[in-house]
Design a protein around this ligand. Structure first.
Ligand code: 5SP
Length: 207
């Protein structure tokens, strides 16, 4: 099922604004909230004098905090399958991300079978507002061909100008930050992303 995900890392440092904007985007059609270190950077901007002691207990930490999907980078672990099993044991869906320089073959058949979602990063992880790396798109098509039933997410520089290639390659879960939060009409952008993915998915399904 196609999903539009908001990545609010590009918002200003004000928590009130962050919450209000997220609520507004959900009303406008966004379905998931994508977050990671950039949200910490939002906290840092808001309260720069605080020492940010990041107590990361990972899977349990995120599950206890209400996480629904836990996505990790394949480059960061030597045992992805055990990690996926640990995530599932806490009733979360498991996502596996690959950075721009990691080939799609890093997702072995075993990993792809166990995971719920595969994330192809189309920017280097770390911050919003970077340029979309089109060279990563073939990896989406490769993974879609190998794993037709899985959610395949793209993240980084995705917006109305870059959605077509992502959707045509088979991505059905779209993360967008700048394109939504920097738009005059964010709700219209969300609808454009969703309808483009819907059309592409229907085309893929009819083949
Ligand atoms: O998590 C990340 C980057 O690490 C992304 O989710 C970006 O925050 C997406 O922002 P845009 O590229 O759409 O501005």
């Amino acid at each position: 099922m196609p999903r539009a995900i908001i990545s609010p890392s590009v918002l200003a440092s004000d928590f009130g604004q962050l919450t209000a904007e997220c609520k507004r985007m959900i009303k406008g059609g966004a379905e998931w909230l994508h977050m990671g270190a950039p949200i910490l950077s939002c906290v840092h901007k808001g309260v720069p004098d605080i020492f940010m002691d990041c107590h990361m207990m990972w899977v349990d930490d995120i599950a206890d905090a209400g996480g629904a999907l836990y996505c990790f980078h394949i480059e960061a672990t030597t045992d992805p399958v055990s990690l996926i099993k640990a995530i599932h044991a806490r009733q979360m869906k498991a996502g596996v991300a690959i950075s721009p320089d990691t080939p799609s073959t890093a997702i072995t058949d075993e990993i792809g079978k166990e995971a719920d979602m595969l994330l192809v990063m189309t920017v280097y992880p770390g911050r919003g507002g970077q340029k979309f790396l089109e060279r990563c798109v073939p990896k989406v098509a490769e993974l879609r061909a190998r794993f037709p039933e899985k959610d395949i997410e793209v993240d980084g520089g995705v917006g109305p100008k870059t959605i077509d290639v992502c959707a045509d390659a088979g991505s059905n879960v779209i993360v967008a930050g700048t394109a939504i939060f920097g738009a005059e009409d964010p709700e219209a952008v969300i609808q454009t992303l969703k309808s483009t993915v819907d059309r592409a998915q229907a085309k893929i399904a009819s083949k």
